[in-house]
Design a protein around this ligand. Structure first.
Ligand SMILES: Cc1ncc(COP(=O)(O)O)c(C=O)c1O
Length: 468
C-alpha cells in the first residue's frame, strides 16, 4: 500500500482507482523516534539488559546462515538450562507469552477433551478463554483473585471428571502476585492421568521452577519479565509425555503456525539432524534472548532467585512502612511481582501518573475486578535492583505525602535499608556481591552511568540511570 506524503495529490485519488484518504499524510511532520527514559517496575516488561539491546542492534542474519544456526543451538541449550530440563523440544515461540500459551494448549487439546482450568486471576482467565475456543469439555475451578489453590480442591475437581486430559494453571499470576503450589498440583494431576500445562511467563528465572524434577509436562514463558530481554518471544518446553500426546492426535493441530510437530523442524533438534524453514526466524530478537539467557546463567539461577527474593523483601518492608497492605495470600507471595492495596482515599491513577511524569517510574495498576484497587510492582530480572527499590520508595514517600496521605519521610527507605543491612550481615559480605545486578554501588556514589560491574567476563551496567 502506498503512503501519500505531503507532495501527494490533495484530491486523494490514486492511479489504481483505489481511493486514499482525502487529507495527505505529511511524513515530514513525523519526528525521529525518541524513546523516553523509564524505570520499569510494573508487571512487565521489565528493563532489558543493555547487552541484550546491543545484540539486537547487530546486522540481521538469515535463518539458515550457519552462524545463526549456532546461535539457535545455544539459545536452545541455554533455555533447557533455565527451564532445568533435558526436554528435546525446547525453544522459543515467535510471539509473546500469549503465543506460547496458545501453542501449549492448542497442541495438546482436541475437541471434547476434558480439561481442568484453574482460574484465580487475569491470565488464568485467558487460559480458560483459549481452552473454550478449542472446543474442550472444560471444568473451571475458581478461587478468589490473590489466593492459591489448596491441592485438595484440585484433587476433588479431578476426581469428579472422567478421563481428565489436562490441567491448565498459571504458576506466577502477575495480575495478583500469587504463586501457585505447582509441584503438588503436578503430582495430583499425574495421579489422575492428566498432563499439566503451566504458564511460567512471570516465574521463569525469578523463582524456583524445576521442569524435569517436578515432571512438568509443558511450560511456556516470556522474555520480558525475569529473563531481561525485550518482549517478543515465548520460551517453551514439552516433555516426552506431551510429545507422545501430540504425535497421537486424532486430528492435526488447527493452527499451522503453532503446530509443534512443524515448529520442531525449525528448532532443528528433531533427530533428523537438520534445521528446516518453517517461518523466518526473528533473528535479532533471538540475539537479544541469547545475551539475556547467557547473563542469567552467568549469574546462576539460585543467585538470581535469591536476588529476586531480597529485593522483594526490601520493597515490601518499605511499602509496609507506608501502611500499604499486601494483596496476595500470605505465604504464597511472588518475589518478582509485589501487589499491594491502594490505600483508602488515595487516587490510584494520580499516583501512577506522577510516578511516570516526575520520576520516569512505571508501576502497574489492577486488572479486571481489582482495577483501581491494587498497585502491582515488579522487581523482575534486570529491574530487580537496590537502586530501583530505593528510588521507587522515596518517590512514593514524596507523592503520597504531597497528596495528603500521612507519611513519615524516610520511613519506607529506612525499612528497606534495614532489610539490605540484615542481608549483608547474614551473608557476611556485601549485598552487591550477593546480587550481581544490584546497583548498590550507585548508592555509595561509586558508579556513574555506563560504568559496569563484572559478572564473569561480562560488564553489566548498574541499574537504571535517573537524571532528575
Ligand atoms: C502470567 C502471564 N501469562 C501470560 C501473559 C501474556 O504474555 P504477553 O503479554 O507477553 O503475551 C502475561 C503477560 O503479562 C503474564 O503475566
Amino acid at each position: 500500500m502506498a503512503i501519500q506524503n505531503s507532495q501527494s495529490s490533495a484530491a486523494g485519488s490514486a492511479s489504481n482507482g483505489v481511493a486514499h484518504p482525502a487529507s495527505p499524510f505529511d511524513i515530514e511532520a513525523v519526528p525521529a523516534l525518541q524513546i523516553p527514559e523509564r524505570v520499569l517496575m510494573g508487571a512487565g516488561p521489565s528493563a532489558s539488559y543493555p547487552e541484550a539491546l546491543r545484540a539486537m542492534s547487530a546486522n540481521t542474519l538469515g535463518h539458515l546462515d550457519p552462524a545463526f544456526v549456532d546461535i539457535m543451538n545455544n539459545v536452545g541449550a541455554m533455555l533447557r538450562s533455565v527451564f532445568r530440563t533435558r526436554n528435546r523440544l525446547t525453544g522459543a515461540v515467535s510471539g509473546t507469552g500469549t503465543a506460547g500459551m496458545e501453542a501449549a494448549l492448542c497442541n495438546l487439546i482436541e475437541p471434547d477433551d476434558h480439561v481442568l482450568v484453574c482460574v484465580a486471576g487475569y491470565f488464568s482467565d485467558r487460559m480458560q478463554q483459549m481452552v473454550e475456543r478449542m472446543g474442550a469439555s472444560m471444568t473451571v475451578l475458581e478461587r478468589p483473585w490473590g489466593t492459591v489453590f489448596p491441592p485438595e480442591e484440585i484433587e476433588a475437581a479431578l476426581a469428579k471428571m472422567s478421563r481428565p486430559k489436562l490441567v491448565a494453571i498459571v504458576h506466577a499470576e502477575t495480575s495478583t502476585g500469587a504463586l501457585q503450589p505447582l509441584q503438588e498440583i503436578i503430582q495430583i494431576a499425574h495421579r489422575h492421568g492428566a498432563l499439566v500445562v503451566a504458564d511460567a511467563v512471570t516465574s521463569l528465572a525469578g523463582c524456583p521452577l524445576l521442569v524435569d524434577e517436578w515432571e512438568l509436562d509443558v511450560c511456556f514463558s516470556g522474555t520480558q519479565k525475569c529473563i531481561g530481554a525485550p518482549p517478543g518471544l515465548s520460551p517453551i518446553t514439552f516433555n516426552e509425555r506431551a510429545m507422545d500426546v501430540i504425535r497421537n492426535r486424532k486430528k492435526r493441530v488447527q493452527s499451522w503456525y503453532l503446530d509443534m510437530s512443524l515448529v520442531e523442524t525449525y528448532w532443528g533438534d528433531s533427530g533428523a539432524g537438520g534445521r528446516a524453514y518453517h517461518h523466518t526466524a526473528p533473528s535479532n530478537a533471538l540475539f537479544g534472548l541469547h545475551e539475556a539467557l547467557r547473563l542469567t546463567l552467568l549469574e546462576g539461577l539460585e543467585n538470581r532467585w535469591a536476588r529476586h527474593e531480597l529485593h522483594s523483601r526490601a520493597l515490601m518492608a518499605g511499602l509496609g512502612a507506608l501502611r500499604l497492605e499486601p494483596f496476595a495470600q500470605e505465604g504464597h507471595r511472588l518475589w518478582q511481582l509485589n501487589a499491594v492495596r491502594v490505600p483508602q482515599g488515595v487516587d490510584d491513577l494520580e499516583v501512577r501518573s506522577q510516578l511516570l511524569r516526575k520520576y520516569h517510574i512505571e508501576i502497574s495498576g489492577g486488572l479486571g475486578p481489582i482495577k483501581g484497587q491494587v498497585w502491582r510492582i515488579g522487581t523482575m530480572g534486570y529491574s530487580a535492583s537496590h537502586t530501583n527499590v530505593r528510588l521507587l520508595l522515596s518517590a512514593l514517600e514524596d507523592i503520597l505525602s504531597d497528596l495528603g496521605y500521612a507519611v513519615e519521610k524516610g520511613s519506607a527507605t529506612d525499612a528497606a535499608e534495614a532489610i539490605y543491612r540484615a542481608h549483608e550481615s547474614e551473608q557476611g559480605r556485601s549485598a552487591s556481591a550477593a546480587s550481581p545486578n544490584v546497583a548498590d554501588a550507585a548508592l555509595s556514589g561509586a558508579v556513574q552511568e555506563g560504568v559496569g560491574e563484572t559478572i564473569g567476563s561480562e560488564s553489566v551496567a548498574q541499574g537504571v540511570a535517573h537524571k532528575d
